[in-house]
Design a protein around this ligand. Structure first.
Ligand SMILES: Nc1ncnc2c1ncn2[C@@H]1O[C@H](COP(=O)(O)OP(=O)(O)OP(=O)(O)O)[C@@H](O)[C@H]1O
Length: 580
């Protein structure tokens, strides 16, 4: 974070914008095509202006003026349509490439990033912010070239009539640019505020929509309605402020344009009356001057978009500056026997230290239970073994090898992990079972594993069997069913080490027994580490670690630990048979 702040301080938005574009792999061929078509339009437009000026001046020669005028008018229509198509395609492709870049980055960031940033706010970074950056490229960045080219072309034509007239035009034109700069600065703050408030609103709505069960059961509908209203009011107020700023910009721009037109006409008129320009040139000059004014003021209006999109650039480039997890650094995991040793492990959440020199041994080929009071760090310990957080100090070794030297990707392939939440996606049962596997087991294998965790009957009762959708995040399944599918998914992974965090807590007594028997059979000879909260699941352990106040206070087989640990005795005596 500190590093990012330093980066942001050192490099302005411009620099970060271009660094980001460098990473985005823009559709360069399409962009070149768009620029070429725009250059063609500029040339056609110069010819159209000159032929129309000749017509206005009374030259009606069919082949010298009328037909060329009609031809160029038609040509500008055709090229205009091609240009608008190319521009829209460019915008869509830039949008797609930027989104792909941000998403690729986001999925490679460490868990800590998601804990430090509201994941739901990330939604708007990938959608709204990316769209404003794509628009910025199409409306501000590329028009630098098209506007400069058209302006130079037209100024060149005016200069061919009289060089002094061109300089007069060059002096008058920047009035609009100056005004747009000032207005753009004003708009930036407001546009950024709108984006931030909308992102907060989206995040809050997404969170509430996910937690409707809690809202209903606690009867907080009214409170939530009022809180939502306050957030919507905040967004509305930001939008109203933006309207006021834009409202102020309109008359200022209109007055500036009117003054500019008067100056342009007076300058042209002076040259025409002294005979420096003929009638056709005078009309053509006026046509070019008006077009130049429009092109520059359109560009300057877009410039205010740049100021508005600066916040989006900052937010997206903040993601792009984050360090990714180095998934492929280090050597391959190969086959792990699964003897896990923790040496002087230190780990903190922010400033709060959880482990300050934790030592523990988890034997290979056994089922080890981790028990301890709530908040003692059992889940965190599993997360550290799965390398979801980096250690502040100390080492974790498997079979004597420091796991920090093993490539994260191959290590996590060798370690299966069933987390507390039993994560399911809104696909079919099959898609959920196969998620993350680098092979495609056939139905017979799926049947075997599902039978082992006691969910095969349920699958067979479904109209579409394994191809039955499970609803959003597995909403159509019970908590126990979700847990069985999560365990089945981990068993299909055929990992060397299996971590389970209260993986059977939502199952009934016979369900737990069935799942644990299968784990013992299917993981025979491999290492299983699980968090146990009740005496029944503790029965499955060959080895027990008691974790209290950041240290292991007892370790060994059941007999040894029961003698050593009051916590464990209490757990067996008081909670005997109770489910977690
Ligand atoms: N992401 C986090 N950020 C900050 N603190 C955290 C985070 N996750 C856990 N903690 C804190 O770390 C401590 C250990 O949490 P952990 O979930 O590892 O405990 P646990 O033993 O598994 O608890 P339980 O038995 O209740 O599931 C707790 O005090 C908790 O508040």
């Amino acid at each position: 974070m500190e590093q990012n702040a330093l980066f942001r301080k050192r490099y302005g938005s411009f620099r970060r914008f271009f660094v980001m574009l460098g990473k985005a792999r823009l559709p360069y061929l399409w962009i070149v095509g768009y620029l070429a078509v725009s250059a063609l339009i500029a040339n056609v437009s110069v010819s159209t202006t000159e032929y129309s000026a000749a017509l206005f001046a009374g030259q009606v020669g069919l082949f010298a003026v009328v037909l060329p005028y009609l031809f160029f008018t038609l040509l500008s229509l055709v090229i205009g349509s091609i240009s608008s198509l190319t521009s829209n395609l460019c915008l869509a492709r830039i949008d797609r490439n930027l989104r792909r870049m941000v998403w690729k980055k986001v999925v490679h960031l460490p868990l800590q990033f998601y804990e430090a940033n509201n994941p739901k706010e990330l939604l708007s970074r990938i959608t709204t912010d990316v769209t404003s950056i794509s628009t910025l490229i199409m409306q501000v960045l590329l028009p630098v070239f098209t506007t400069a080219y058209s302006s130079l072309l037209m100024l060149g034509r005016v200069s061919s009539y009289d060089q002094r007239l061109m300089w007069a035009l060059v002096i008058v034109l920047p009035v609009n640019i100056l005004i747009s700069f000032v207005l753009g600065r004003m708009r930036f703050g407001v546009a950024d505020l709108i984006n931030r408030r909308n992102a907060q609103l989206t995040a809050a709505i997404a969170e509430r929509a996910n937690n409707m069960l809690l809202i209903k059961s606690m009867g907080t509908e009214e409170k939530e309605a009022v809180a939502g209203e306050a957030r919507m009011k905040a967004s509305y107020q930001a939008e109203v402020t933006d309207l006021w700023v834009r409202g102020l910009a309109l008359p200022i721009n209109a007055i500036a344009s009117a003054l500019q037109s008067v100056a342009i006409i007076l300058a042209g008129r002076a040259f025409y009356s002294t005979g420096a320009l003929d009638l056709t040139q005078w009309i053509a000059y006026y046509g070019f001057a008006i077009q130049l004014t429009n092109i520059l003021s359109n560009y300057c209006n877009s410039w205010s978009n740049f100021k508005g999109a600066q916040g989006s650039v900052d937010r997206v480039s903040q993601i792009m500056d984050e360090r990714e997890e180095p998934l492929d650094e280090g050597c391959a995991a190969e086959v792990l026997r699964g003897n896990i040793s923790l040496r002087d492990v230190c780990f903190s959440y922010g400033d709060t230290a959880l482990f300050t020199g934790l030592n523990a041994e988890i034997p290979a080929g056994k089922i080890t239970a981790i028990v301890g009071p709530s908040g003692s760090g059992k889940t965190t310990l599993l997360n550290l073994i799965d390398r979801l957080y980096p250690l502040a100090k100390g080492t974790i070794a498997v079979d004597g090898r420091d796991i920090a030297g093993i490539s994260l990707h191959s290590f996590r392939q060798a370690v299966g992990y069933v987390t507390q939440e039993s994560v399911m996606y809104s696909g079919t049962i099959r898609q959920n079972l196969l998620y993350g596997l680098d092979r495609t087991p056939d139905d017979r294998e799926l049947d075997r594993v599902c039978e082992a965790v006691g969910i095969l009957d349920f699958v067979q009762e479904q109209p579409e069997g394994y191809d039955t959708p499970v609803g959003e995040a597995g909403a159509s399944l019970s908590g126990g069913q979700r847990q069985r599918f999560s365990v089945a998914r981990a068993l299909l992974q055929k990992s060397d080490i299996l971590l389970l965090d209260e993986a059977t807590a939502a199952m009934d007594i016979s369900g737990k027994d069935c799942v644990w028997k299968s784990i013992r059979t299917l993981m025979a000879g491999k290492t299983v580490v699980y968090v146990a909260h009740d005496a029944q699941t503790l029965q499955n352990a060959d080895w027990i670690l008691v974790l209290e106040h950041g240290t292991v206070t007892a370790a060994g087989d059941r007999q040894t630990v029961l003698q050593q640990s009051a916590f464990c005795r209490e757990m067996m005596d008081l909670k005997g048979g109770a489910s977690a």
